[in-house]
Design a binder for this molecule. Sequence first.
Ligand SMILES: NC(=O)c1ccc[n+]([C@@H]2O[C@H](COP(=O)([O-])OP(=O)(O)OC[C@H]3O[C@@H](n4cnc5c(N)ncnc54)[C@H](O)[C@@H]3O)[C@@H](O)[C@H]2O)c1
Ligand SMILES: O=C(O)CC[C@@H](O)C(=O)O
Length: 528
Amino acid sequence: MTKPKVLISDKMDPNAARIFAEMGCDVDVITGETPEQLIARIGEYDGLAIRSSTKVTKEILAAAKNLKVIGRAGIGVDNVDIPAASAQGVVVMNTPFGNSITTAEHAIAMMFALARQIPEANAQTQAGLWPKNGFMGVEVTGKTLGLIGAGNIGSIVASRALGLRMKVVAFDPFLSPERAIELGVEKADLDTLLAKADFITLHTPLTDQTRNILSRENLAKTKKGLRIVNCARGGLIDEAALKEAMDSGQVAGAALDVFQTEPAKESPLFGTPNFICTPHLGASTTEAQVNVALQVAEQMADFLVNGGVTNALNMPSLSAEEAPKLKPYMALAERLGSLVGQLTRDAVPRISIHVEGAAAELNQKPITAAVLAGFLRVSSDTVNMVNAPFLAKERGLEVREVKTEREGDYHTLVRVSVKTDAGERSVAGTLFNNVEPRLVELFAIKVEADLSGDMMYIVNQDAPGFIGRIGTLLGENGINIGTFNLGRHAAGGEAVLLLSVDSPVPENVLQAACQLPGVKTVKALKFA
Ligand SMILES: NC(=O)c1ccc[n+]([C@@H]2O[C@H](COP(=O)([O-])OP(=O)(O)OC[C@H]3O[C@@H](n4cnc5c(N)ncnc54)[C@H](O)[C@@H]3O)[C@@H](O)[C@H]2O)c1
Ligand SMILES: O=C(O)CC[C@@H](O)C(=O)O
């Protein structure tokens, strides 16, 4: 088996390259390239490991013909075009915890630096000024910290601030009252936080809801003399409004690690008294960089080598332990989805995936994704398990998942049903010996067939001599039959025939089969 190839395109701790190699990947470390150079190179790689410098744009993705996974050694993935990656079926992963403590510590360091004006005092002292009377600081003890965003980093900042004997007021719409109690913080709305806080630290992602959360209007609602720390994302604060608020004295100090535009080579805030900044150093400690490098390499290699999915932002998680158990189910699910897709001509507003017996004990999300991939691939050959759920949503296809733990006729069963104008139609399959996918029901008729390669589907009125006639027709046209699977409602009723054939059935033979007495439907099918 050829080894998966991974490119590390940003400066990353060397442990990442070591782990990739140890886990069976070929790895190249090529950093600092222009987008054009990356476009020329990316086609040969299965994985791309990045920090924040590489911008994974639509153009880069379009050239990444073999790419299967992008791994961000860090948290924010705003440098990756996730919708484009998803549309192309590329998994995007991050390492959500590896640099949280480090970044929280940077926020606390920035808060102290602001409270005691350490950078400026240091600069003037080293300039020989000994400015003993020039710097009057404030204590943090007893002050109120307004925390905007109480996720991983926000909650670590809260615990450190409580240790410093501060009061913490948190605004986070997703923070439950129970979690707020657990963290020891007061949950508040934004206006209350703005009115109470002596210091504000921001810890949210940049979204449409959080962009300019500290806007001109909101800065005007704050306590005079507020100090602000942003180690999350540029864009959370309106920088022009912050400059005005600092000039007017409404805001007594601000410390930014992140800027609206990065790298921030110039800013109206530069040179403002009590303004402190660092060049996006929140995650820059030896410990955090080792953590995220190890984690991203382990996750990406596990995916490329074993099929395990961890911390993906556009696909359900799948442990390396689950992956082998789910593999045969995904093959079954994909074939059932493909069968329904190939046999359904009408518009399908809804698809239901029902797992029963042993299948119900498994993580259903990957099974659903595989059904959708099979179903949608009939109309687009670029569909895979990553982009299928997005494509389904885009097409307005309602997806239902049902689980029945009790066994039915089979110890394990996956049923796929579609709603069409003609009513609900369903197919079902099981695993023989827990590994071999088999179709066992086709539109309410019991059959038993292996869905693979080229096949022919025929619906006819059950009558003596039909099997001989179809065999003769195919034989006369040089088409060899591999397997023959027959099912019917009752003797003389409607029957279905699923034939596996050694070569594709040409259109003229399909037409001729349609003309045979009693034949209602004929269709050529193809499975991977
Ligand atoms: N400066 C750096 O180097 C650095 C390093 C690591 C992370 N970060 C950034 O820090 C931020 C926080 O990271 P995290 O790991 O704590 O993320 P997280 O997902 O654990 O937490 C984010 C929190 O923001 C909350 N939130 C979402 N929308 C909100 C809104 N409209 N108002 C208030 N709260 C809202 C969420 O509920 C969540 O609790 C991210 O933007 C991340 O990219 C920066
Ligand atoms: O990689 C970095 O240095 C920054 C990381 C940080 O912004 C993140 O979101 O994890």
